[in-house]
Design a protein around this ligand. Structure first.
Ligand SMILES: C[S@@+](CC[C@H](N)C(=O)[O-])C[C@H]1O[C@@H](n2cnc3c(N)ncnc32)[C@H](O)[C@@H]1O
Length: 265
């Protein structure tokens, strides 16, 4: 057994999901390969950047709901991505300073940035980062147990993440195993890109050719993640329609992503 952690090789010459996503959100933590892939997708589907920002706003609104109205104090944010504006711990600890937040990702670049940036915003709270692959749910849960109390409600967040797994049933099994490990009163918060826009589906195919595979689901498949849980209003809907912060005159702008929040009975 080595007496030190093996050095992780970070590939900067190959596009990575978290860094492309960061590029679309207007971040600076990306490299030429990520920008090239991001641009190729934008050329085909210019709305992708708007979608990435809408996804972040959905995360902010769901965490506000969970830390506020739902009174949750523990968050397990799986597939965190690179730190960006209003990260989960900032939103949660902004409302409930004693919130405990565990971030999980398997991208070494996310790990490096997370260690530097995803730190507590309050003296009472806890913010940590676990370097784990969501396919190994046992290890992920074991690591999260070091920080979270699995006898108290936990908000499990899979935000735009499980679409990286091609086999839908397998992805469903991952979410179910994590939800099985958390107690009654816990929540699942999730969104996924959906096949509701042909242009978006084609853009995902381009992204796959460039090395990052993401498989849009149908709205029914997104809803299946919440089976057996009690959905909070308005259910599984297009993310911009999920408790919009500002209610305008017309319906919210449609984006190809569905999501929701549900409580474990
Ligand atoms: C599209 S980004 C979404 C980031 C963030 N949740 C958001 O919605 O803004 C997907 C994230 O999932 C992570 N990811 C992909 N496959 C993973 C796996 N097998 N285990 C853990 N994280 C994974 C990627 O590294 C990336 O950070």
């Amino acid at each position: 057994m080595p007496d030190h952690e093996p050095a992780v090789t970070i590939r900067y010459d190959v596009a990575q999901s978290a860094r492309i996503w960061n590029y679309w959100m207007g971040g600076k933590d990306n490299y030429p390969a990520d920008r090239a892939a991001g641009e190729a997708v934008l050329e085909q589907y210019p709305e992708m950047a708007e979608l990435a920002k809408a996804c972040r706003q959905f995360i902010i609104r769901t965490v506000r709901y969970l830390a506020g109205e739902a009174g949750v104090r523990q968050f397990l944010d799986i597939g965190t991505g690179l730190p960006t504006m209003q990260n989960t711990h900032e939103v949660a600890q902004g409302l409930a300073p004693d919130s405990r937040v565990v971030y999980v990702d398997n991208d070494p670049v996310v790990l490096a940035h997370a260690r530097a940036l995803l730190t507590n915003t309050t003296p009472e709270g806890v913010t940590t980062y676990v370097d784990a692959d969501y396919n190994d749910t046992s290890l992920l849960i074991a690591d999260a147990r070091n920080v979270l109390n699995f006898n108290e409600p936990i908000a499990v967040m899979f935000m735009g993440v499980l679409g990286h797994t091609e086999d839908f049933e397998r992805a469903l099994g991952i979410a179910r195993r994590v939800m099985d490990a958390v107690p009654s009163g816990s929540y699942l918060a999730q969104y996924e890109g959906t096949d509701t826009s042909r242009a978006y589906v084609e853009a995902c195919a381009t992204e796959k050719d460039l090395g990052v595979a993401y498989y849009p689901r149908s709205p029914e498949q997104v809803a299946a993640y919440f089976e057996g849980l009690k959905l909070v209003e308005p259910g599984v809907v297009e993310i911009n329609a999920w408790r919009p912060a500002v209610v305008g005159d017309g319906p919210p702008r449609a984006v190809p992503a569905y999501g929701g929040v549900a409580r474990k009975p």
